[in-house]
Design a protein around this ligand. Structure first.
Ligand SMILES: Cc1cc2nc3c(=O)[nH]c(=O)nc-3n(C[C@H](O)[C@H](O)[C@H](O)COP(=O)(O)O)c2cc1C
Length: 366
């Protein structure tokens, strides 16, 4: 059983807990010869790092990543790459209350029911500290993709905070990195700032929708039936803490469309097929079309909040809980780089699978 591992050929195993000495990822199956160093990985970890503004947890972790194996003279060797991030700002005393009580909406109760033991400090393994390890592995995947599929670009951004969505007419990729929410609509970002500040001060939290777009994905990645590209992308996104729904392309809204509206018409362009629209989100029959891959996922509101909630103790007594400690009022913000990392890992994995089975793209058109 490998319940801490994902990927077929590019296999990522993460390990560690929130308040242990360190956590990390063991990446097996990375092709040899990929140029990589710690600084190249660190740029992605810095996007996820806590404490960057008042809208994320005030835990102050440098999240400095170290490469312990699998790299020699600046390139991967094809052997396992061990990535490690030390935990340096744990405050276990903040979590005394949750050693006995279960936080509503969190994994405390189910970890206890399953294992009969849990590291409650900071949520232990259920803490999204674990996602730092995925971001490090995603950085390695991006470096390999840069060499194997030049021009492939993965961009994540937030399209909805609570009830407030972006206006697609204002979509500007250039503003994504310029606000604390990775929001592509500068006007929406201003609204969100006031909205989230009020929520944070009132001791509450809110959910979000994240979109990740992958451009320049070659046609042909993915495989029927049990290794569909969309199956693996959905599983990867759903594995992120607090994610409750995943959509590809039109997603749930496709149910309300007619066939004549939903099927993307095909014409012949100068360099191959072109499509009139992208309701499919870049995937047909589990295989990439060469259009942008568009994936969205919904993140629930943070369950550790300063508002009193009713719950029970381990011994079954009814009680109430207020969760102190340092928590994100909207975990969707820091889920953006995590979503990008998971998409990078899945796309590299499928690129390697495709290369392994077919040797490269075969069905040329035109
Ligand atoms: C980047 C990120 C940061 C998170 N930070 C917190 C947090 O500070 N407090 C909290 O209660 N949950 C946080 N979560 C969510 C919990 O980890 C998650 O809700 C919990 O593990 C239960 O799993 P589930 O929501 O997937 O069922 C975070 C999630 C992500 C993606």
């Amino acid at each position: 059983m490998s319940m801490n591992t994902f990927g077929h050929l590019f296999r990522v195993t993460t390990w560690g807990e929130s308040h242990g000495p360190a956590l990390g990822a063991t990446v097996d199956g990375c092709p040899p010869g990929v140029a990589i160093d710690e600084a190249m990985l660190q740029q992605w970890l810095d996007k996820r790092k806590p404490g960057q503004n008042k809208f994320t947890t005030q835990r102050r972790e440098p999240d400095a990543v170290r490469i312990l194996s699998g790299v020699f003279e600046g390139v991967t060797t094809g052997t396992p790459v061990q990535l490690m991030i030390e935990n340096t700002d744990q405050r276990s005393k903040d979590y005394g209350d949750i050693s006995e009580k279960f936080r509503p909406g969190h994994a405390d109760i189910t970890y206890w029911q399953k294992y009969g033991i849990r590291d409650y400090r900071g949520g232990g393994r259920s803490s999204a500290r674990e996602t730092a390890a995925r971001v490090a592995a995603g950085g390695l995947a991006r470096a390999a993709l840069a060499e194997l599929a030049p021009g492939l670009e993965i961009t994540g951004y937030m399209v909805q905070m609570g009830p407030h969505g972006i206006d697609r007419a204002n979509f500007d990729e250039a503003v994504i990195a310029g606000n604390p929410f990775w929001c592509p609509d500068a006007t929406a970002a201003e609204t969100w700032a006031g909205y989230l500040d009020d929520l944070r001060k009132s001791g509450d939290s809110v959910g979000a929708v994240i979109e990740v777009t992958a451009r320049g994905v070659p046609a042909g990645l993915g495989a029927p039936i049990y290794a569909k590209l969309d199956t693996d992308l959905a599983a990867a996104a759903m594995s992120i803490n607090a994610v409750k729904a995943v959509e590809i392309g039109e997603g749930m809204a496709a149910a309300a469309l007619r066939g004549s509206e939903n099927a993307d018409e095909i014409r012949m362009g100068p360099d191959g097929p072109i499509y009139s629209s992208n309701h499919a989100g870049g995937i047909l029959g589990g295989i990439s079309t060469g259009q942008d891959i568009v994936l969205r996922f919904a993140v629930k509101p943070t369950s550790s909040i300063l508002t009193s909630r009713r719950t029970i103790t381990k011994s079954g007594e009814e009680t109430e809980i207020i969760t102190k400690g340092r928590h994100d009022p909207c975990v969707g913000i820091r889920a953006v780089p995590v979503g990008e990392a998971m998409v990078a890992c899945v796309l590299l994995d499928h690129l390697l699978l495709h290369r392994g089975q077919t040797g490269g793209n075969r069905g040329r058109i035109g």
